[in-house]
Design a protein around this ligand. Structure first.
Ligand code: PLP
Length: 407
């Protein structure tokens, strides 16, 4: 395996700092990942020397900024193996992407009683937009549970698709359990029933190679800040035929060709779905982040993270007072846990923080899953390509301290 984690770590300046007098052990990349120097430099350079608004200007800087910004569409298309860069809508992240599909594609097609199929482990970003449609037009959300290991049986999703189902909207990788979902099988079966599939790729695109054409999906949302890029950047892949079916969600400048008193003519897709001044520099930074990932090789990253997962799993399994939620065999290196005894997740994370170990505590924007598991909150250690077995050891040491304090 060709993956030099120390060289990767050296690319991320923040990893060399201390927190609370201890070396930083950053295990919260599932919430937002740190940024490599190339991304920081690209942002700084763009603002220092190449900044202007995009698409509108005729002057030099506007052309440079437009070229840089627009080139990212192609980078994302390559990263996801989309058929064309015209299938990439640039946006501020997954939340915007899914809302765009909810308003632009689903809303005009769904009536009272129509159904959408979701898994119970969706992030709120892939739940709340569908609640809007439930509240406003009476659609029905059908939930598919995970089993005790946190696995999602694709057949259960397929069985939930009925004559009234208009869309399956599903995560590719759970941000709480680390479970990977077989979206390819689900998509094949859904398409046989004439139902499109939207995939929330916020976590999966970070940890495994994604090929939207091979998966066959209709919509695939990604978010830049988890992909080592800037916050406020992202994209959604929309297959060409679905793009043609979608109506614009936000109106304003850039998404139009002509505006008159009593008529508006929209721009061609994908710009038709990109109203207003976009996150110019954020998007440029995302392009650099994705080039950085691709230079390391997503397959190499995934193989390295699998080895880290196996090491972490063996260490955490050795703590018989720790309950890890989500035991899927091929899960990503995302570990949500509780400690036996009364310690609240927030107290645990505070103690870990004192040791320099950053984890997330709470419901992880996945309340229906937490209700399903009957757990009010967990701590979550989410590993990224720059984490090491030393980070696992630091987590285990800090957890042992928690156990001593709270047992
Ligand atoms: N979906 C999943 C699985 C996530 O983990 C997240 C972020 O935590 C989101 C959606 C929302 O992403 P964003 O807030 O960047 O739009």
């Amino acid at each position: 395996m060709s993956f030099d984690v120390q060289a990767v770590r050296a690319d991320f300046p923040i990893l060399s700092r201390e927190v609370n007098g201890k070396p930083l052990v950053y295990l919260d990349s599932g919430a937002s990942a740190q940024k490599p120097q190339v991304v920081i430099d690209a942002i700084s350079y763009a603002y220092s020397y190449e900044y202007s608004n995009v698409h509108r200007g005729l002057h030099y800087l506007s052309n440079v900024a437009t070229e840089k910004y627009e080139s990212v569409r192609g980078v994302i298309a390559k990263f996801l193996n989309a058929g064309s860069e015209d299938e990439i809508v640039l946006n501020s992240g997954t939340t915007e992407g899914i809302n765009m599909v909810a308003y632009g594609w689903a809303m005009p097609r769904m009536e009272a009683g129509d159904e959408i199929v979701l898994s119970i482990m969706e992030h709120h970003a892939n739940i709340v937009p569908w609640h809007f449609l439930r509240e406003r037009q009476g659609i029905v959300i059908k939930w598919v549970d995970v089993d005790a290991n946190g696995d999602l049986d694709p057949q259960k999703v397929i069985d939930a698709i009925g004559p009234k189902t208009k869309l399956v909207a599903i995560t590719h990788l759970s941000n709480v359990l680390g479970t990977k979902v077989d979206v390819k099988s689900i998509t094949q079966a859904a398409h046989e029933k004439g139902v499109p599939v939207l995939v929330d790729g916020s976590q999966s695109a970070v940890h495994m190679p994604v090929d939207v054409q091979d998966l066959g999906v209709d919509f695939y949302a990604i978010t830049g800040h988890k992909l080592y890029g800037p916050s406020g950047s992202g994209a959604i892949y929309v297959r060409k035929d679905r793009m043609a079916e979608m109506r614009p969600f936000i109106g304003g400048g850039d998404m139009i060709r002509d505006v008159h008193r009593d008529e508006v003519i929209y721009n061609d897709a994908p710009m038709k779905f990109e109203a207003g001044t976009p996150g110019i520099v954020q998007t440029i930074g995302l392009g650099v982040a994705l080039e950085y990932i691709m230079s390391l090789g997503m397959a190499n990253i995934a193989a390295y993270e699998d080895s880290l997962r196996d090491y972490a799993r063996s260490k955490l399994d050795g703590l018989n007072w720790l309950n890890v939620q989500g035991q899927s065999a091929d899960k990503a290196a995302i570990f949500s846990f509780t400690l036996q005894g009364a310690a609240h997740a927030h107290d645990i994370s505070t103690v870990l923080d004192k040791k320099g170990v950053a984890v997330r505590a709470g419901q992880h924007c996945a309340q229906p899953l937490m209700e399903h598991m009957g757990i009010p909150a967990t701590c979550r250690a989410s590993f990224a390509m720059y984490n090491t077995t030393d980070d696992v050891d630091a987590l285990v040491d800090a957890l042992e301290l928690c156990h001593d304090l709270f047992a």
